[in-house]
Ligand binder design. Structure first.
Ligand SMILES: Cc1cc2nc3c(=O)[nH]c(=O)nc-3n(C[C@H](O)[C@H](O)[C@H](O)COP(=O)(O)O)c2cc1C
Length: 87
């Protein structure tokens, strides 16, 4: 299964957790900052782990935009069996 970890991080906490999760999931699993996403970055991905700082009880603006852009609303994400991680 092709897995990817997407994270946003301003102070580094979420990046540390994202990198750790990616490492534990396997050598071929990449943790990618949402800022570094390219148009085809998610091609072929079957399982997505999403990590975001919580800012004013919401995911960060960048991650909010990403989840909307990928039609994966923050709350719906969890119910679709895609793991959402909050540091
Ligand atoms: C401006 C600001 C607002 C925040 N608001 C919340 C919040 O509403 N709820 C919460 O639990 N944490 C909140 N936090 C804490 C961050 O989610 C937490 O420090 C997170 O680990 C930061 O992630 P990062 O190091 O990857 O940037 C806030 C932090 C900042 C700087």
């Amino acid at each position: 299964m092709k897995i990817m970890v997407i994270y946003d991080s301003t102070f580094g906490n979420t990046k540390t957790i994202a990198d750790t999760i990616a490492k534990e999931l396997g050598n071929d699993v990449q943790a990618l900052s949402v800022s570094d996403l390219k148009e085809n970055s998610l091609d072929g991905i079957e399982f997505l782990v999403v990590g975001s700082p919580i800012i004013a009880w919401k995911p960060s603006e960048r991650m909010g935009m990403f989840t909307v852009a990928t039609s994966c609303g923050w709350r719906r994400c969890a119910s679709r069996s895609k793991l959402c991680v909050r540091p």
